[in-house]
Design a protein around this ligand. Sequence first.
Ligand code: XMP
Length: 508
Amino acid sequence: MRRALVVNFGGQYAHLIARRLREVGLYAELVAPEEALESARSPDVAALVLSGGPSSVLEGGPGLPREALDVGVPILGICYGHQLLAQTLGGSVERGPGEYGRTSVRLLVRDPLFDGWSDEETTWMSHGDYVARPPPGFEVLAVSERGYIAAMRSRDGRIYGVQFHPEVSHTPKGRLLFENFVKVVGLRPEERWDPAAQVPRIVEEIKSAVGPEERVVIGVSGGIDSTVTALLVARAIGERAVPIFVNHGLFREGEPEEVLETFRRLGIAVKYVDASEEFLRSLEGVADCEERRRIIGRLFVDVFARAAAEVPNAKWLAQGTLYPDVIESGAVKGADKIKSHHNVGGLPEKLGFNLLEPLKQFYKDEVRAIGKALGLPDEVVHRHPFPGPGLAVRVMGKFTREKLEVARKASKIVEDVLKRRGLYRGVWQAFAAVGDDKWVGVKGDARAEGYVVIVRIVESEDAMTADYSRVPYEVLDEISRRITSEIPSVVMVAYAVTSKPPSTIEPC
Ligand code: XMP
């Protein structure tokens, strides 16, 4: 199978580029600039895409050896990558006032890369440096409204640079540009990337890794990643796949039952451990969310290890690690840790299992496609992401069981209303959080103080950035009415209208 290499110059968009390429049928992987030359020489490499990044080529930002651009495959440079092409191939780059956000570009030349584009299109830009002079032999294809070079192409049509970001949704014709680029690459139909078609290969890999008597334990949580992991392992080794479901008491309403029901329908036996009392007792009164994450992480390892120890000959642990978790995201080194997120840490080494990570090549959307192909019901395939520490991160201030139940019931109402109105799938996450603030209400004729619940509904592509969803007022109205009538301890419902950044998605 031929693939594209996305050279990761540290922009948060490198993963988005790889996702877009895969979506239009060209399998793509990220490589670090230092590895680019060697990787690009591999005969299965069909294209190179140079990502954007926070550095400046004028200040010694990461480069590429000239030979990497001479390997003969089509190349697309994006933003920083576009500037790097100019600098490496004999053009010039200068610093300017920059262009940020939606920017109109005008096509000067009709080119296959812009098939289906009008002469004038909206793109999304984020740059200070700009290409002042294209390399010798390059033609300018498009200019921005400020007159900067928005796109250029080598005379032989093999190397392209674009100043804008075609990978973000704010460039409406961006996906089309990637489709056009894949045509330039010349992919044969049988080479088109199809994640669901990988299932037989993954199953074979698991079969050949796991010994004939050995068992594999899988920590399942109801999320798509762990569910699909469990399904793949079960398909490979049948009953020697043992999913373990630890109920920490912090799930969405009805979720533990749904998880067990899903596996029952799929004919897979789950080892269920209800440890909710243990978790809730340890969390009670803890105000600091990071401390709660640590408590939950530690307890989870303990409970899981105890359950796994009861599985005879369990030599393997399968985890739903995804591609973005494997590849260093290109976050600025030494950057502040905002939250100690993302998967309960330290499970594998501590427990001494061999590790299986059948999804480590895939993005979330691809895991959904695989899940669908394996027969998972739509509710599971399209269930919103849910943090490992569950509702514990939706209770602000001291953790109490009362507030936990408020967050749980209110979140359920938010999800229900969106589902009923057909809005659920269109948003990234939707929930309610609660803290200690009280609002005065009237019950009958009497004054009655109650909780303030904050409803958060966000749209996002990867949780790195997010925007609040502009749901119609009637939807907010229905949510507010239902929450205040069905949860008597709540008298005020507020809607969170701040994007990420500056705020995060979860309240803590
Ligand atoms: P934030 O709140 O940082 O969240 O904007 C980004 C995404 O991560 C999820 N999240 C977590 N996931 N453990 C997880 O596994 C955590 O501790 C955690 N905290 C936040 C959040 O739901 C969102 O999708």
